[in-house]
Every structure is written in structure tokens, then in C-alpha cells.
Design a protein around this ligand. Structure first.
Ligand code: PEP
Ligand code: MN
Length: 339
């Protein structure tokens, strides 16, 4: 359930509500970043009547049950879009952010060349994996801390914010030291120990959709992070597994408007993993923006034919530049701009 205070409710009235929540053995969870004060009530509330308990308390505007199983991330509790602040750069809101870079950090030359190229084309975030969750244990696993250091160097050189994957709880403190946004990969979407730990970290999280996860399961995974205290979460649709084999995955374009209705969190589209074929990545990127995505994350490699991972789905810098021009046009057509 959640309790919304009246616009002019006093601090004492709000405190009385919080105290009552605690007295019931439940946990108050204030919702931040909105005009009216709202507090979500976490715990076993099934037998309780919100209106009965809180409706007549001074300063209370309404006390309602949240119909969805996800609470803190739901639009019911917070109507306004969340804008995740990434060190001064907004993720979410009217302006669409573009994240771009190679699948993996491979060398100093490669990541610096990629960073300068995507920056020149208009990206605001640099992506690149240093810890790679590969399907085969014999494939390139990433440069690990060396890769993180190279990402930090590329950030210094370009001013781009760094998005990189965190694979497990052991390496989380190290990755969090270098990253501006912590990416949770599709294979880890339901790694609840990792999600809980991410709830205690002061860095934004990009939560990718699991290979076969429903939208509800995905939102429940986001709820884990927010419930543990980190409200800075963005959701990334990266394609799901279907019967289709002509493409790597099937980008669930439906998820974009459905998420925008169900949750206040920013929605990111990853057309690269979503279709897995370089020649079709621009079409799916354009579709993502048209459908209402708040950001794109796109694999770009200065020399895709030499890439150690995902070269077949990586755009060249020239292709990325052309896509950025198209994205600006489509963003304008749907009342958005590009950051
Ligand atoms: C990636 O972004 O390179 C990646 C491994 O993505 P996903 O977790 O979506 O497969
Ligand atoms: Mn990849």
C-alpha cells in the first residue's frame, strides 16, 4: 500500500504516518523525486485496509493498495517519470540519451578510438564490457580491472559517462569504483544476491531483461534493487528468446510502451543484442525511439571484423553517425530530443 500526503501536510503529520507504519511492524519507504510526499508501506499488508488505518489521519490525502506485485517501481505509487542522474547527465526525461561503444574493451587503442568516434557522433555514454559473461568458457572473458582502467581513461579523454557490466558480487566494489552506470546483464537479471547488493551501492543500475523473463519478473527484479535503497534504476530491453532463428533474439518492442505505462523507471532499448545483425540494427534502433524509449544502447566498434565479441552486430562509426542523424529526426517526430 502507499500513502500520499496533502500538498501542505506538515512534517509532524508525515512523521505520525511513518510512526504508525512502524508500529504495525511494517517498513516505510519514502518515494523521492516527486512533488507530493508519498510513502510506500512494505511488508505483509494483505489483511489491512489502507483507508481504515490511515485515511483519517491529519495531512493524509489518500491511502491506497498497490494492485501490482511490484510496488516502488510502479506508476501507481509514483506517477512522474524518474530521471536518473548520472553525474549530472540525465537518463530519462524528454531528451533521449544514446549509449554506444564496443561489446568488450579490448585494448587502449580500441576503446579510445571507439570513445572518440561515438562522442563525435553525439553519444553521451560509452559502453564497453570489462567482465564479459560469455556463453562459452573458451571465449574472450574481458580485460577485467585493466579494462575498467581503460574505460576510466576514455571517460577522462572524452567526458562520456561509462556504462559497464558487473557480473558478480565479488567484483562489484571494484566495478563500482570505475563505472558511472552498473550494467546487469541478461544472464544475471534474477541473480538476487547481486540485485540486493546493487541496492546498497550509490551508482545507477542498467538492468537488462533476462533471456526468457516476463515483464513482471523483470519489474520484480528492479524492485529488489529499489527496495534495498537504490532508486536509480533503468530497464533495458535487449531481446527475448523466441522460436525465431533468423535473428539472435527478438526485440520485444511491445515492452517499451507497456513498461512506460507500468513503471516510472527509464526504458532503454538495445537493438544490437535485440536483433544481432549489423545491417538491421538501425531499423530496430529507430523503432525503439518511435515506440517511446528513453535511451538507446548500441554496439559500435572501430573495426567490427576484428572484434573479440559481437563484431557481427557492431556498427562502424560511420554507420553509427548516420543512425544518430535518423534518431534525431524520429525523436523530433515523437516530441523528444536527443541529449
Ligand atoms: C552486452 O551488453 O554486451 C551483453 C552481454 O548483453 P546481454 O547481457 O544483454 O546479453
Ligand atoms: Mn555484446
Amino acid at each position: 500500500m502507499f500513502i500520499a500526503m496533502k500538498p501542505h501536510a506538515t512534517a509532524a503529520e508525515y512523521e505520525a504516518v511513518v510512526e504508525k507504519i512502524r508500529a504495525l511492524g511494517l517498513t516505510p519507504h519514502p518515494i523521492t523525486g516527486i512533488e507530493r510526499k508519498v510513502v510506500a508501506v512494505i511488508g505483509h499488508t494483505s489483511g489491512l485496509d489502507p483507508e481504515d488505518l490511515f485515511g483519517s489521519m491529519p495531512g493524509v490525502a489518500e491511502a491506497l493498495r498497490v494492485s501490482q506485485p511490484f510496488k516502488l517501481v510502479s506508476r501507481e505509487v509514483k506517477e512522474e517519470d524518474t530521471v536518473v542522474d548520472v553525474g549530472g547527465v540525465p537518463l530519462g526525461g524528454k531528451a533521449i540519451a544514446v549509449m554506444a561503444g564496443p561489446c568488450s574493451v579490448e585494448s587502449r587503442e580500441q576503446i579510445l578510438e571507439a570513445a572518440h568516434a561515438v562522442k563525435a557522433a553525439g553519444a553521451t555514454f560509452l559502453r564497453g564490457g570489462a567482465f564479459k559473461p560469455r556463453t562459452s568458457p573458451y571465449e574472450f572473458q574481458g580485460l577485467r580491472e585493466e579494462g575498467l582502467k581503460l574505460l576510466a581513461e576514455a571517460r577522462e579523454a572524452t567526458g562520456l559517462k561509462v556504462v559497464t557490466e558487473v557480473k558478480d558480487t565479488e567484483t562489484l566494489p571494484m566495478v563500482a569504483e570505475y563505472a558511472d552506470v552498473l550494467q546487469v546483464g541478461a544472464r544475471n537479471m534474477q541473480n538476487y544476491s547481486l540485485l540486493e547488493r546493487l541496492g546498497t551501492v550509490a551508482k545507477p543500475v542498467l538492468l537488462k531483461r533476462g533471456l526468457s523473463a516476463t515483464i513482471k519478473e523483470w519489474l520484480m527484479a528492479a524492485e529488489y534493487i529499489v527496495a534495498k535503497g537504490n532508486p536509480r534504476v533503468a530497464l533495458c530491453e535487449r531481446g527475448i528468446r523466441t522460436f525465431e532463428t533468423m535473428t539472435r533474439n527478438t526485440l520485444d518492442i511491445n515492452a517499451v510502451p507497456v513498461l512506460k505505462a507500468l513503471t516510472h523507471l527509464p526504458v532503454v532499448v538495445d537493438p544490437s543484442h535485440g536483433i544481432g545483425l549489423r545491417q538491421h540494427v538501425p531499423a530496430i534502433a529507430r523503432a525503439g525511439v518511435a515506440a517511446g524509449a528513453d535511451a538507446l544502447i548500441i554496439e559500435v566498434h572501430p573495426h567490427p571484423e576484428k572484434a573479440l565479441s559481437d563484431g557481427h552486430q557492431s556498427l562502424t562509426p560511420a554507420e553509427f553517425g548516420e543512425l544518430m542523424r535518423q534518431v534525431r529526426v524520429i525523436a523530433g517526430a515523437v516530441g523528444r530530443s536527443v541529449l
